[in-house]
Design a protein around this ligand. Structure first.
Ligand SMILES: Cc1cc2nc3c(=O)[nH]c(=O)nc-3n(C[C@H](O)[C@H](O)[C@H](O)COP(=O)(O)OP(=O)(O)OC[C@H]3O[C@@H](n4cnc5c(N)ncnc54)[C@H](O)[C@@H]3O)c2cc1C
Length: 414
C-alpha cells in the first residue's frame, strides 16, 4: 500500500523550508498553495522591465538559516551601503555603519542624530548583540525595544532620530514595541553581514527553494479550507488523506483554519513604486529615513541603484514605504509622497510615473504581549503548524520554523 504523503498548507518560506527538510529526509509530501506561485509575502512582480517586490523588503546575509539553505552566489546579491541617511530639520545626515563601526558611525556627530554618550552606547549595544550565539539573544529576558533602548541610556534624540526610523522601519513598528530580543538580533545580523537584494528580486529566494523540490510537489491554486490531523479539505470540496498535516500559512489564516490558536494581529505597510526616466537622483545604494515623523514617508531608496536589474536600461526604480494602512485613497497618499520627495530631493518629481501601489494588510505578525519565543510545531489536535507567527517576523524565522516543523513531523511519522 502506498504511504500517504505529508500535506503542507502554504508555499511561503516556512512551507518551502518544511518541504525541503522533509525531502532531504526522504519523506513524501505535497504542498497545497492557494495562490499561483511560491513565496507568500516574498514575491516579485515583473512590470514593464521593472522588478517590484510585493512590499519593499531586504535580505540580511547573516541570517543563519539562509546561509544553510540558500545558494548566495546564485542569488547574485546587490548590496546596500551600510547605515542610512536620516532626514532631520530640512537636511540629510549620514549615519555610517553603527553595527560595524559604531565610533565612525556617529563621529559625524555631533550631527544632530546622537550625542557622544550615544556613540559609546552604540558600541555597548554592539558588544551585547555579538556576545554568544544568535540563538542566545532569543533566550534573554525581554521587554519592548523602546524600553530596552531607554534602559541602555540612549538619548531621546538618538531613539527618535535613528532607532525609531531605522529599526521601527525594519519591524514596521514606529512605536518600537517589538521585543528587545529582536532589536539585539537584528543589530547582530547587521553587524555580521550585508543588507542586500537578489538580482532577480526578493522572489528569487523562494523560487530557489522551490526549484530544489521534486517536480509537481507544489499544487498552485489549491486553497485548503479545513484541516484535521490526517486530512485536509480543499476549496473544491475534495478531501485528501495525509500522513500528517502542516499548516504553513500566515498567522490570520492559520487561526481561521485552527481556531484554537491564539489570535495573531498584523502590522500593515504600504509600498509605492515610481519609475524615473534618466539618471538616479541618489547615486549611493543607501536607505533614506524620515527622522521627523512627518507623514507619510517612512523610508525610501532606489532598488535599481542596489541592483541595476530592478529597472530597464535608462530608467530607475524608486521605492517608498509608508507604515500602516492609511485610510486615505491611493491618490491622496501618492500626492503627499510626491510632495515630500520633492522637498527631500529638492527636485521636480511630477514626471515620475507611479508604477504600482501595494497595500499589505498582513505584513508582520504581532503577538500580544510582544514576546519572541519559538512555539512548538505540534498542536494538541495533532496538526502541525509553522510560519513567522510561531516565532518572529523575518525570513530567518520563517525558514528555521519551517525546518523545525519538518523535524517534528519526521519524528511523528517515523
Ligand atoms: C512588506 C514586507 C516587508 C518585510 N520586510 C522584511 C525584511 O526586510 N526582512 C525580513 O527578514 N523579513 C521581512 N518581512 C517578513 C517576511 O517576509 C515574513 O516574515 C516571511 O516571509 C513569512 O513567511 P511565512 O512562510 O511564515 O508566511 P507567508 O509568506 O505568509 O506564506 C504563507 C503561504 O500560505 C498560503 N496560504 C494562505 N492560506 C492558504 C490556504 N488556506 N490554503 C493554501 N495556501 C494558503 C499563502 O498564499 C502563502 O503563500 C517583510 C514582510 C513584508 C510583507
Amino acid at each position: 500500500m502506498k504511504l500517504k504523503p505529508v500535506l503542507i498548507v502554504g508555499a511561503g518560506l516556512a512551507g518551502l523550508a518544511c518541504a525541503l527538510e522533509l525531502h532531504n529526509k526522504g519523506i513524501e509530501f505535497v504542498i497545497h498553495e492557494a495562490s499561483d506561485g511560491p513565496g507568500g509575502r516574498v514575491r516579485t512582480d515583473f512590470v514593464n522591465g521593472f522588478q517590484l517586490d510585493r512590499g519593499f523588503q531586504v535580505y540580511l546575509t547573516a541570517y543563519p538559516e539562509g546561509r544553510r539553505v540558500l545558494n548566495y552566489e546564485a542569488l547574485n546579491f546587490g548590496r546596500f551601503s551600510p547605515g542610512a541617511m536620516v532626514r532631520l530639520s530640512g537636511r540629510f545626515h549620514r549615519v555610517m555603519d553603527p553595527w560595524r563601526e559604531p565610533f565612525l558611525a556617529l563621529s559625524q556627530i555631533l550631527n544632530p542624530v546622537g550625542s557622544m554618550k550615544d556613540k559609546l552606547l552604540v558600541a555597548r549595544l554592539r558588544a551585547v548583540s555579538l556576545a554568544g550565539t544568535p540563538d542566545d539573544l532569543l533566550q534573554k529576558p525581554e521587554t519592548t525595544s523602546m524600553k530596552a533602548l531607554q534602559g541602555y541610556g540612549f538619548s531621546q534624540n538618538m531613539i527618535e532620530r535613528f532607532f525609531r526610523p531605522f529599526f521601527g522601519g525594519i519591524m514596521l513598528d514606529s512605536q518600537l514595541q517589538v521585543s528587545s530580543r529582536m532589536l539585539e538580533y537584528v543589530f547582530r545580523m547587521m553587524a555580521e553581514g550585508d543588507t542586500v537584494l537578489p538580482a532577480l528580486g526578493m522572489g528569487a529566494i523562494p523560487l530557489q527553494l522551490a526549484s530544489k523540490l521534486p517536480e509537481g510537489s507544489i499544487r498552485y491554486g489549491s486553497r485548503v479550507v479545513r484541516v484535521r490531523a490526517n486530512q485536509v479539505m480543499l476549496a473544491s470540496g475534495e478531501e485528501l488523506d495525509a500522513a500528517a498535516v502542516v499548516v504553513a500559512t500566515d498567522g490570520p489564516e492559520a487561526v481561521r483554519l485552527l481556531p484554537d490558536l491564539a489570535p495573531v494581529a498584523a502590522r500593515k505597510v504600504m509600498t509605492l513604486y515610481f519609475s524615473i526616466q534618466g539618471p538616479a537622483p541618489i547615486l549611493d545604494p543607501i536607505i533614506l529615513l524620515n527622522g521627523n515623523l512627518e507623514w507619510p514617508i517612512q523610508n525610501t531608496c532606489l532598488p535599481s541603484v542596489v541592483c541595476p536589474t530592478y529597472a530597464p536600461a535608462g530608467k530607475h526604480l524608486m521605492s517608498v514605504t509608508v507604515l500602516g494602512d492609511p485610510p486615505q485613497q491611493d491618490h491622496v497618499v501618492e500626492t503627499a509622497v510626491r510632495g515630500q520627495l520633492a522637498r527631500w530631493l529638492d527636485r521636480d518629481v511630477s514626471g515620475w510615473r507611479l508604477l504600482r501601489i501595494y497595500r499589505i494588510p498582513n505584513a508582520h505578525p504581532v503577538s500580544k504581549p510582544e514576546t519572541i519565543e519559538e512555539k512548538p510545531p505540534k498542536l494538541d489536535n495533532g496538526v502541525f503548524v509553522c510560519g513567522d507567527h510561531r516565532f518572529m517576523a523575518s525570513i530567518q524565522a520563517a525558514l528555521v520554523n519551517g525546518r523545525h516543523a519538518a523535524e517534528a513531523v519526521a519524528a511523528h511519522v517515523a
